[in-house]
Design a protein around this ligand. Structure first.
Ligand code: ATP
Ligand code: MG
Length: 264
């Protein structure tokens, strides 16, 4: 049987970002296969969030460029990232504190809204059809993430683990081709982590969404990812399969360094 060759959907080439004298991201290059789950790991302050912020247009790199499918970009805005098909969640929740869960998901879908504001204000048929369509799709995301019981709850009143799940729902509502997740399991207990892992795997399998995630729990990373990029002090120190990365001396040193410092 001839398997189709997997293609890279996303490529970073020499990305560099400094804040004053701090090189948060230093000449980082890697590529992500379409349909893969790729983890970005590294000690605190390694530059992981900064890298994701470049890929999602939140920060503009001082050097380097990125490719999405066959097009290169030297700088993108968050709006460009959304239009291209790059979605994200944030390390600190980016949800409105007063909105209901259902409205948060509908807001996430806003990118695909076709009718004009005027049509919506006047309640014209196309706007009403659009709203019905968005509601129906939001309901299907809510069912997919098993959030039906809390669909009308105000998000800020939900337990933290569920808020993280709503944040995932908001991001997938925009139907991204690549989804960037900044610590989707931070602050969770082990059963919540297992649940979140299952949802990430389901998003990847069900919608074919390519996932790039930052995670500190190495056990989770090893189980979940096809591919791991390791950063330390802004530089990429390793890039490969979980097995390759696990045995990489620079990775072992970077992590042992952290553990030794924490123990001191
Ligand atoms: N907006 C900013 N202004 C100034 N310095 C920043 C800014 N964002 C990040 N940095 C610095 O850049 C470096 C990388 O930070 P970054 O947040 O990308 O690390 P990280 O790997 O995500 O860390 P963590 O695991 O703690 O989330 C750090 O030294 C940080 O202090
Ligand atoms: Mg971070």
């Amino acid at each position: 049987m001839n398997l189709p060759l997997a293609t890279d959907i996303l490529e970073a080439a020499g990305l560099t970002l400094a804040f004053g004298g701090v090189r948060a991201v230093s000449n980082v290059s890697f590529s992500v296969r379409e349909g893969a789950i790729c983890a970005v790991i590294g000690p605190n302050g390694a530059g992981k969030s900064s890298l994701l912020n470049i890929l999602s247009g939140v920060y503009q790199p001082q050097d380097g460029k990125l490719r999405f499918r066959d097009r290169w970009y030297s700088r993108i805005t968050p709006q460009d990232a959304g239009d291209i098909g790059i979605g994200r969640t944030f390390q600190n929740l980016a949800l409105s504190r007063t909105m209901t869960l259902l409205d948060s998901i509908i807001l996430g879908e806003a990118r695909s809204v076709r009718s004009t504001m005027l049509e919506q204000a006047l309640g014209l048929p196309r706007a009403r059809r659009e709203e019905d369509r968005l509601r129906a799709r939001a309901e299907s995301i809510i069912a997919f993430l098993r959030l039906q019981d809390v669909r009308d709850a105000v998000v800020s009143k939900l337990p933290y683990g569920l808020q993280k799940r709503v944040e995932l729902g908001r991001a997938i509502a925009a139907q991204p081709q690549v989804l960037l997740l900044d610590e989707p399991m931070a602050g969770m207990g082990s059963s919540e982590k297992i649940e979140m892992c299952r949802f990430i795997l389901e998003v990847n399998a069900e919608f074919g969404t390519t996932i790039v995630l930052i995670e500190h729990d190495i056990g989770v990373v090893m189980d979940l990812s096809d591919h791991i990029v390791v950063l330390d002090h802004g530089e990429k120190i390793a890039d490969g399969t979980p097995d390759e990365v696990r045995h990489d001396q620079r990775v072992i040193d970077a992590y042992l360094g952290v553990h030794a410092a924490q123990a001191a």
